[in-house]
Design a protein around this ligand. Structure first.
Ligand code: SAM
Length: 345
């Protein structure tokens, strides 16, 4: 295994059977070696600094019915809320004052957020804080909508592919959602000029290691600027409520492989990782991640954006949250990078 790992470090890629071997038979010393090399690679590009993105969860309404997600429309027990444009602008203002230079507007696929409302909101955020990057993560929309949002000032879009393997994708989603449609959206976003994020859960029900290899190959083909992965975590009011959570070791190994394969990518250490393990967020950084996305959503709605059980959220307001994060990062020899942190080739 060690030779394979060394070759990944030296050449920056492996073949599909080699990825499979590494993911299935990685011994402890190879695991440590890969994470160590991933951290070195990240530090060469980004120093000991982590980009911060302020996450604003704008709506918990969703028209989709993904089997894994607590916000799925069939979950009658989900608490629904929608932030108003004024609340979102006030949240951006507090975030900007605290030092954030990226705002990520994320939410369920809420039909209320049509272009009629969303485009003026993006324009207004862009007008008020032109030095801040606007990232959207609002699911599948029409190409016309993506284009209008890009023109309005959104520079980045996160849309996880969820599963490169079509049958796994179909198993995780209801029949009306299509694998081809998801990939088409991702291709459109990239072609329009968005810095585009893809990704998948690790340990989703029915997922095998072979599926993760397919994910790596898809990422190689599309080369997104951002790659978000995190463990699957069950939500009690979904069909997967009794399924086991994704594996920490495998998630960290994948993060390390992603960093070595895509040295310049923006890779977050996700909230799901922080929820899975108390040290998950720091361990993600110590596997090559270089972004964290603190939650800026108003306190009153945070517990309602429940995509899985036990979702970590510090409860601290923006500035206080950043101070705590800076302290945590200092503990592992890192600091916060307050710049916009755009993708650099
Ligand atoms: N609706 C938008 C979309 O689908 O892209 C953005 C919000 S969606 C809740 C963001 C991501 O959360 C999904 O891409 C999915 O990978 C992740 N997610 C949802 N349920 C999850 C779960 N139970 N465990 C871990 N991640 C989950």
């Amino acid at each position: 295994m060690y030779e394979l790992a060394e070759r990944l470090v030296r050449e920056g890629r492996l073949s599909a059977p080699e990825y499979l071997a590494l993911l299935t038979r990685c011994d402890d010393s190879t695991w440590f070696f890969l994470r160590h090399e991933a951290v070195r690679t990240a530090q060469e590009r980004f120093g000991c600094a982590i980009f911060v993105r302020g996450l604003i969860e704008i709506s918990s309404y969703c028209r989709n019915d993904c089997h894994y997600c607590g916000l799925r429309r069939s979950n009658r027990r989900a608490e629904r809320y929608r932030l108003s444009p004024e609340q979102i602008l006030a949240t951006c203002e507090a975030g900007f004052e605290a030092g954030f230079r990226t705002f990520v507007l994320q939410g369920g696929e809420d039909p209320w957020w049509s272009d009629e409302w969303l485009v003026p909101l993006v324009k207004e955020i862009h007008r008020r804080w032109p030095e801040a990057a606007i990232t959207l993560s609002l699911g599948e929309r029409s190409e016309t909508s993506y284009r209008a949002l890009h023109e309005a000032g959104a520079a980045r879009y996160l849309l996880r592919h969820e599963a490169a393997d079509r049958s796994l994708y179909e198993q995780l989603h209801p029949a009306e959602m299509s694998h081809a449609g998801r990939l088409a959206c991702i291709e459109q976003l990239k072609a329009i000029g968005f810095q585009t994020g893809m990704g998948m859960m690790v340990g989703a029900p029915g997922q095998r290691v072979e599926h993760l290899v397919e994910d790596l190959l898809l990422l190689e083909r599309i080369e997104p600027q951002m790659i978000g992965i995190g463990p699957f975590l069950p939500h009690r009011d979904t069909p997967y409520g009794a399924e086991p959570a994704g594996d920490l070791r495998l998630t960290l190994l994948l993060l390390a492989i992603l960093r070595l394969r895509f040295p310049q990518a923006l890779i977050p250490s996700t909230t799901a990782l922080a929820t899975l393990h108390p040290e998950g967020r720091l361990q993600g950084i110590l596997s090559g991640a270089n972004v964290v996305m603190p939650n800026l959503s108003p306190e009153s709605v945070r517990s309602k954006y429940a995509i899985y059980d036990g979702k970590a959220s510090s409860g601290a307001e923006a500035a206080e949250g950043l101070r705590l994060l800076a302290e945590e990062l200092r503990g592992i020899g890192y600091g916060i990078d307050f710049s916009r942190g755009d993708y650099q080739r």
